[in-house]
Design a protein around this ligand. Structure first.
Ligand code: AMP
Length: 291
């Protein structure tokens, strides 16, 4: 990733011997100029912050949102559209888990309890992923699942300039159903969902329907379920999100970088609206025409 060069020079990790490569990573080749308007928390949080317009540049975005909200789905679609890598720390953790390396057993215990992996391990995995991307000439990124704590957000801030933080939201009773309905193709890695969600509107919240996102025939026999998508573990992950990661929303809100997006339904309803708030509604057509 060409955008990422500088070291992760953080006092928090300067004494760690467990992450030798952590000192040589994140930064940006083209740190955008700090715009006073962007620092201002006064813009409405449901519209694109000034300076975060994605057109004509390699975006440096972060996706926040509770487990099951659909960060991976929307981040991956936007990455395809914008031509930047989708870097999901959860995927890095699952790769490390399945590699049967020394970390694997340690990670399995943490992940299968719905807990957060230590900052040291996450930064080490992220740093390796960024180095590999840099070697391939990647530029820009959408980070999904990182940062998840204020400490991680502070570290990220020290090493690079994030343009925009998209906070995906959906009412909490939908999250559990979505996690329990999630299926992954063990061959192509794509995410699907077998849940058919219909929640009545109440307490001033609108009704919400999400049709299942079913896999194509050739993935059907290869579907697997994430080991941490059981009811007890999902509830714990949501609890931990509320405790540790919700403060990260406020961290970015106060810096004028947070864009809140409440999902109005499934992909057919949400995707066009998301493109609209990101000022990308005509971008998809232009990209398709250029292809
Ligand atoms: P996800 O796919 O984002 O739900 O992540 C799956 C699991 O990986 C989480 O429940 C955590 O155990 C771990 N994980 C992913 N990203 C982070 C992070 N930034 N910090 C700590 N743990 C993480």
């Amino acid at each position: 990733m060409a955008a990422i060069k500088r070291l992760l020079k953080t006092s928090a990790f300067s004494s760690s011997s467990a992450i030798p490569c952590i000192r040589r990573c994140l930064s940006t080749a083209a740190v955008s100029e700090t715009d006073a308007r962007l620092k201002s928390p006064s813009y409405p949080h449901n519209s694109l912050p000034p300076q975060a317009d994605p057109k004509g540049k390699n975006v440096q975005w972060v996706f926040l949102g509770s487990p099951g909200v659909g960060k991976g789905t929307y981040a991956s679609r936007l990455c395809t559209l914008l031509g930047v890598p989708h870097i999901a720390t959860g995927d890095l953790v699952r790769d490390a888990l399945s590699s049967n390396g020394p970390l694997s057993q340690q990670l399995a215990e943490i992940v299968n309890q719905g807990k957060l992996v230590s900052d040291e391990i996450i930064l080490s995995l992220l740093s390796k992923r960024l180095e590999a991307g840099e070697a391939k000439g990647e530029s820009g990124f959408i980070l999904d699942g990182f940062p998840r704590t204020i400490k991680q957000a502070e570290i990220l801030d020290e090493v690079t300039d994030i343009d925009l933080v998209l906070n995906l939201k959906v009412q909490e009773n939908v999250l559990l159903e979505k996690c329990l309905g999630r299926r992954i193709c063990s061959e192509c890695g794509k995410n699907f969902n077998v849940a058919s969600i219909n929640v009545k509107g109440e307490n001033g919240r609108p009704a919400i329907s999400m049709a299942p996102l079913l896999p194509p025939q050739h993935c059907m026999s290869k579907l697997i379920t994430r080991s941490d998508d059981t009811e007890a573990v999902v509830k714990e992950r949501i609890r931990i999100y509320n405790e540790k990661s919700q403060p990260v929303e406020e961290y970015y809100r106060s810096r004028g970088k947070l864009l809140e997006f409440e999902l109005p339904g499934g992909i057919p309803e949400s995707w066009p609206k998301l493109l609209e708030v990101l000022n990308l509604n005509d971008y998809e057509d232009k990209q398709a025409a250029a292809a």
